[in-house]
Design a protein around this ligand. Structure first.
Ligand code: IMP
Ligand code: MG
Length: 184
């Protein structure tokens, strides 16, 4: 944990603790970037950022990639301001890119029940991409309701509600440089 991380902890009374510090995050994101770079030496994968939660992760991940790639954005909502999945996935913003014959990498902040990703994978598969893979920073495997294959996984975490590094609670805490846990 850096001094900056500790400073945030002191200033935010609702925050319980740091789960993954900013240095640990950046090391792991670099490793994921290296892995992806190795797997796509001669294609130009399309990184699809699942908004809003994945925007911080995508920005850092893209800067760790040494292979050509493109980015696009998709916004879905499955949570209505709380901490429980409703199981209903709504496409709020669709892709601009045509993904036919493209290698697609879905970039997610966190896989929880798996409902969002499995819905998205099924939807995008109907558009005939060459491949679809998933890159998720965090994975709560113990919370899985729907099986999804996570090809690139940053960290497996316990079934706790986390915030920071793009993840929010009621639209707050996205700017934290670390992954933290709120007080119960
Ligand atoms: P799933 O459909 O249950 O897998 O949920 C996926 C989405 O729920 C993620 O993309 C997040 O936006 C949100 N989510 C799940 N767990 C958390 C959490 O612990 N903190 C913040 N958002 C979460
Ligand atoms: Mg999300």
């Amino acid at each position: 944990m850096t001094y900056d991380d500790q400073d945030y902890l002191r200033r935010l009374p609702l925050l319980d603790r740091v789960l993954i510090g900013s240095e640990e995050l950046s090391l792991r994101v670099q490793q994921l970037g290296n892995e992806i770079g190795r797997d796509y030496p001669d294609s130009t994968p399309l990184l699809v950022c699942i908004l809003k939660g994945a925007y911080v992760f995508l920005a850092d991940l893209a800067r760790c990639l040494s292979v050509d790639h493109e980015v696009d954005f998709m916004a879905v909502s499955s949570y209505e301001g709380g901490t429980q999945s409703t199981g209903v996935v709504k496409i709020v913003k669709d892709l601009r890119a045509n993904i036919t014959n493209r290698d697609v990498i879905l970039v997610e902040d966190i896989v929880d029940s798996g409902l969002t990703l499995s819905y998205l994978i099924d939807l995008l598969a109907t558009r005939s991409p060459r491949s679809i893979r998933v890159c998720a920073l965090l994975d709560k495997t113990a919370a899985r309701e729907k099986d999804v294959r996570v090809d690139y996984r940053g960290f497996e975490i316990p079934k706790e509600f986390v915030v920071g590094y793009g993840l929010d609670y009621d639209e707050k805490y996205r700017n934290l440089p670390f992954i933290g846990v709120l007080k119960p």
